[in-house]
Design a protein around this ligand. Structure first.
Ligand code: BGC
Length: 462
């Protein structure tokens, strides 16, 4: 996420709201694609008679695609522009979804999910950057949180639609139906204005002015914003150089990487990708399990509001501590229940409640906060690079978790697997204490000064 200085006083126009809603739709698409496979994978396995490890590949080829997409997104969005990058990704969304629906073999599914992943990788990098670039400063924080919220709403939407189609068992419809929001997104992004910052970057300040006139209400704010963008662009982005020449920058890049590893090793995505299977282990089979995924998705959305409400009031670290404790208790309790055996309805409900508790812990803390901190800790000159590297890490670890989960439960059992996630979350408390800075109420400039002065990472914030 880019942080671009813009006049705090710039008034907001209707076009801005429209622009912002459309770009936030990218978050929705992201969420739909994360959530959609969980309802389909068992049906796919039954139809093609394939092994668990083949299923792991169908699930995880998307994350592999997203890794590649995120790695090239910076280049695409700076060469072709933010708008074209979003159009390309919308196109891939639609094509990928249609190929998923039509897949005549499991290998085609792997390929189609790879395409979907490319779409997500590009969109998930470009959309937040675009949002930050068109949003007036005073509502930028809200816009970026809304983007996170859209992801969780997309996941919920996918869980709902999966549940609807699960009665007929038609996995092709489950996977294909998201081509419809994909098409809306495709035609919507055609209407978006290009990012003023990108236009200035390409030496097209007059075009940038034209766009800003649609987004801001006064000529004065248009002028001062173009002026500020021009001033900012004098500071060249020199990620690789800085990475090799400056050990302090290597520390902040390393911290971003660690944060994303931690986020993924909380175990959130085993639920996102395999929830119905996990609910079967707890005793919720068939439509009972599917409706439970809807409750899970809704919990994920609602708990995100806890983060939005408290992150600027009580700070990042207290929320992270609370989140990791809650997540460790959630996974730990389910692990113990699985070990003892789940027989009665009461035991089933308790186990599901503990899974939901885990989701609350994630959505109120590591979910949104890791993304926020990753964009706050990078110095201006290396910000695009630093955020790019941490985003790619998110997808790589996401892939590793997705591609090993079923093998892991086949190998060490569900109780031990969930116990492992519980222990990891407990360890992340120590990581939070020693390495994560508190960035609440600290300006990005101050964080950068502290980092470059060589202060320990946990002290670069407040
Ligand atoms: C994570 C995703 C996850 C989602 C769940 C995001 O912050 O990066 O991997 O699927 O939260 O809501």
């Amino acid at each position: 996420m880019n942080t671009i200085a813009q006049p705090a006083t710039a008034p907001v126009r209707k076009t801005t709201t429209f622009t912002y809603l459309l770009a936030a739709l990218a978050g929705l698409m992201f969420g739909l694609d994360i959530g959609v496979i969980s309802g389909a994978e068992k049906l796919i396995q039954a139809q093609f008679g394939i092994s668990d490890s083949y299923i792991e590949w169908i699930v995880s080829s998307m994350m592999l695609g997203a890794t590649i997409g995120a790695a090239v997104a910076g280049w695409i969005s700076s060469r072709l522009g933010r708008k074209r990058a979003l159009i390309i990704s919308a196109f891939l969304f639609v094509v990928g979804s249609l190929f998923c629906a039509a897949a005549w073999s499991p290998a085609v599914l792997v390929g189609a999910r790879l395409l979907l992943g490319l779409a997500i990788g590009v969109a998930a990098f470009t959309a937040p950057m675009y949002l930050a670039e068109v949003a007036p400063q005073k509502i930028r924080g809200a816009m970026i949180s809304t983007y996170q919220l859209m992801i969780t709403i997309g996941i919920l939407g996918a869980f709902l639609s999966n549940t609807g189609f699960s009665y007929s068992g038609n996995w092709r419809w489950m996977l294909g139906v998201i081509a419809i929001p994909g098409l809306l997104f495709f035609f919507g992004v055609m209407l978006l204005p290009e990012s003023p910052r990108w236009l200035v970057m390409r030496g097209r300040s007059d075009d940038a002015r034209k766009v800003l006139r649609k987004l801001r209400t006064s000529e004065a704010s248009v002028d001062s914003e173009v002026g500020e963008i021009e001033a900012q662009l004098k500071i060249p982005q020199r990620g690789w150089d800085l990475f090799f020449s400056n050990s302090n920058f290597r520390r902040s890049v390393g911290l971003g990487v660690m944060l994303q590893i931690v986020q993924q090793l909380t175990g959130i995505n085993v639920l996102m990708y395999y929830a119905p299977r996990i609910f079967e282990h707890v005793g919720f089979v068939g439509s009972a399990g599917m409706w439970t995924t809807v409750i899970l998705g809704a919990t994920n959305v609602l708990a995100t509001f806890i983060a939005i409400a408290f992150v600027d009031r009580i700070g990042r670290k207290p929320i992270l501590y609370a989140g990791f404790v809650v997540m460790a208790i959630g996974w730990g309790s389910v692990g113990v229940m699985m070990h003892l055996g789940i027989h009665t309805t009461g035991e089933q409900i308790f186990s599901v409640a503990m899974l939901l508790l885990f989701v609350v812990g994630f959505a109120m803390s590591a979910g949104p906060l890791v993304w926020a901190i990753c964009s706050e800790i990078q110095p201006l000159k290396g910000r695009d690079f630093g955020i790019g590297v941490s985003t790619v890490t998110n997808w790589v670890v996401n892939f590793i978790v997705g591609v090993t989960f079923l093998s892991l439960i086949n190998w060490i059992g569900t109780a031990a697997t969930f116990g492992l996630f519980a222990s990891l979350n407990a360890i992340f408390l120590i990581f939070t204490f020693f390495l994560i800075p508190e960035t609440k109420d600290v300006s990005l400039e101050e964080i950068e000064r502290n980092l470059m002065a060589g202060k320990p990472l946990r002290e670069i914030g407040a």
